[in-house]
Design a binder for this molecule. Structure first.
Ligand code: ZN
Length: 399
């Protein structure tokens, strides 16, 4: 029978742990020591982007409040997933950080007993974005839990959280799902044609969300095509500056396309909630203040989306150099693999000729440096470095 855990691709090792925790959580109070050991009130899900850490946490939340342990079909399961269940709170951060005021508000809301008598579950999708003061406020709650509140924190790695917080959580490490596993999900769950599913799964390297987005969005695919050609165009410093601007433009364009439709929907909904066109004085000021708040939030989300798109573009570019390195390593070996074997291990199979030519034209040591430069740039961007300057510096190093 499919249930809430069926969608977690390649995570069998943690599904067993979560299932026994659900069993223990629903066991009567006087249960054995073993079952109390299986359930705990603070969990930390870590894993590379796209491994599905927040999906795992949400599935666990569903299973904890579902009468049958996470069927995926009942009212509880469905409302929990849409963040519409009174006892489930899913915190997705739109901005670059989670501030102390937001955590305080959250703590007030979650201090009540669960309305349905079971568990109150908080899923925090980006616990790594907690500011230090916000993390400390949260720490107090995790240290003295209300008996029925469960905290599910998600972060890329353990080191993204304060040691004091991570030491109080049970840690679950998700794995990057294999390319065939992602291909299967795209075909069977999303109905994507096999050839497209294979391409998207391969170039997105285990990132299911990104793979689905790429497979279903033609503009994103054509943007990716442009980005993948950038390394070939870096023949001078002037070309490097041009490439940097192009990368920024593409990321901004992609981010705007994704957020525009959403922003408009939110603003309309908010105006309707205040009674659009209302003339009463109090009504008008209340609405305009709320719209301003929302616009501020949307702006902060847009900044983050541009950064996310830039990061995705940099990861794509890194796969080019990764393939170049692979060819260079293969040609350095005494018994060289056949072109066919080599092609199969590439991520960008469609660019084999360009990659091969590039590999023979440049030294292997330089390729390693270029990959390192890209990874350093990703870290700098995640620390809020100015995007254009940072990308320009990177392109000059790559040229
Ligand atoms: Zn259910």
């Amino acid at each position: 029978m499919p249930d809430v855990f069926s969608d977690l691709v390649g995570q069998e090792h943690i599904i067993d742990i979560l299932r026994s925790a659900v069993t223990a959580a629903n066991a009567p109070q006087e249960s054995t020591e073993n079952s109390t050991h299986a359930m705990t009130h603070a969990w930390l899900f870590t894993g590379p982007p796209g491994s599905g850490r927040s999906s795992a946490a949400v599935a666990f939340a569903q299973a904890l409040i579902c009468p049958t342990g996470g069927c995926g079909a009942c009212n509880e399961c469905r409302s929990a997933k849409n963040s519409a269940h009174p006892d489930i709170e899913i915190i997705c951060t739109e901005g670059l950080s989670i501030k102390i005021d937001e955590v305080r508000e959250l703590l007030t809301r979650t201090s009540w007993a669960p309305s349905m008598g079971g568990w109150r579950v908080v899923v925090m999708e980006d616990a790594d974005r907690l500011t230090e003061s916000a993390a400390n406020a949260l720490l107090k709650a995790i240290e003295e839990p209300g008996g029925r509140t469960v905290w599910l924190l998600c972060a890329p790695t353990l080191h993204d959280l304060l040691p004091t917080i991570r030491s109080r959580c049970r840690h679950l490490q998700l794995r990057t799902p294999s390319t065939p596993a992602v291909t299967n999900v795209l075909i069977n769950r999303d109905g994507i044609a096999p050839e497209m599913a294979d391409f998207a799964a391969r170039v997105c390297q285990g990132h299911i969300g990104r793979a689905k987005y790429l497979a279903t969005n033609e503009i994103v695919r054509s943007n990716r095509g442009v980005i993948m050609k950038l390394p070939l165009q870096l023949t001078s410093i002037a070309a490097a500056y041009e490439a940097a601007q192009k990368l920024i433009d593409l990321a901004t364009q992609e981010a705007n396309a994704a957020s525009e439709a959403r922003d408009e929907k939110e603003t309309t909904a908010l105006q309707e909630a205040y009674g659009k066109g209302a003339t009463g004085r109090g009504m008008a000021t209340g609405a305009s203040k709320a719209v301003k708040e929302l616009e501020k939030e949307q702006k902060s989300r847009a900044t983050r989306m541009v950064r996310d798109c830039l990061d995705g573009a940099l990861l794509d570019m890194a796969t080019f150099y990764r393939d170049v390195m692979l060819v260079q390593a293969a040609t350095a070996q005494p018994n060289q693999p056949t072109a066919e074997t080599l092609t199969r291990s590439l991520i960008n199979i469609d660019m084999f000729d360009q990659i091969n030519a590039f590999a023979h034209k440049t030294p292997a040591a330089a390729t390693v440096k270029k990959i390192n430069a890209i990874m350093e740039t990703r870290i700098n961007l995640s620390h809020n470095a100015a995007p254009l300057l940072t990308i320009e510096a990177l392109m000059c190093r790559l040229a």
